[in-house]
Design a protein around this ligand. Structure first.
Ligand SMILES: O=c1[nH]cnc2c(O)cc(-c3ccc(F)cc3)c(Cl)c12
Ligand SMILES: [Mg+2]
Length: 214
């Protein structure tokens, strides 16, 4: 993924997007990624799988690990019920700044709470913020952190029977230790959704859904 993608995307968004419309923002980002240069957003094809899982789960408390430019945050927030709480964690301040503007322009500020910092430091703070547990977690940050962060979420008591973990990129770039962990752990019931790398029809990727049964 090219250096500075987030800044070029923001310039494009500022020039072309219709403010206050999350679906238009999502479509604008996808169009840029198909026609100009691809970024590491979950994209429209895997995004549809994510949408379906969110709608099926109907979660009231949601966590996203890996905001990047805010694309999947908008896709998730768009499908949440009124009284839900949605937190997204981003460790890169430059990416977070772009995501903040994209989320604001899409009119979704009141639905999305962004935290800037390393996931390992952010996760232990949620209990103190009045979060009892997460109904759905979208894991889409650094592949080497998938397994340790899911272990930390359980240790912090933030998973409850029925909590759904959705992980992006389980084939490409891949997170083999995470896949091995959830598939061989009796506390999780996992399902694989074969798909393609965002904006690359020719590259296989997949989403893994793991339900915590405790
Ligand atoms: O780092 C990532 N975090 C979360 N999602 C990601 C994703 O969906 C895709 C990629 C990626 C890798 C190689 C490539 F050629 C194109 C895209 C990355 Cl690198 C990430
Ligand atoms: Mg991803």
């Amino acid at each position: 993924t090219a250096e500075g993608f987030h800044l070029r995307l923001l310039e494009h968004v500022r020039k072309t997007v219709k403010p206050g419309d999350a679906s238009n923002m999502i479509a604008t980002i996808d169009n840029y990624c198909y026609t100009v240069e691809s970024g590491m957003n979950v994209g429209d094809v895997k995004g549809k799988i994510l949408d379906d899982i969110v709608l099926e789960t109907n979660p009231t408390t949601v966590l996203e690990l890996g905001t990047f430019c805010g694309y999947s945050a908008l896709r998730i927030a768009r499908n949440l019920p009124e009284n839900s709480r949605f937190f997204t964690v981003e460790f890169n301040p430059e990416h977070a700044a772009v995501a903040k503007e994209i989320i604001h322009t899409a009119g979704m500020d009141d639905k999305i709470q962004m935290l800037i910092g390393p996931s390992q430091e952010m996760i232990p703070q949620f209990k103190g913020m009045g979060v009892s547990h997460f109904d759905l977690v979208f894991v889409d940050h650094e592949k080497d952190l998938y397994k340790p962060d899911v272990i930390l979420l359980e240790k912090e008591g933030l998973l409850k029977k029925g909590s759904v973990i959705v992980a992006d990129n389980v084939v490409y770039p891949g997170s083999p230790d995470y896949i091995d962990y959830v598939r061989n752990n009796p506390k999780f019931k996992s399902t694989n959704y074969m798909s393609e790398l965002e904006y690359h029809k020719d590259v296989v990727d997949a989403i893994e859904k793991s339900i915590y049964i405790g």
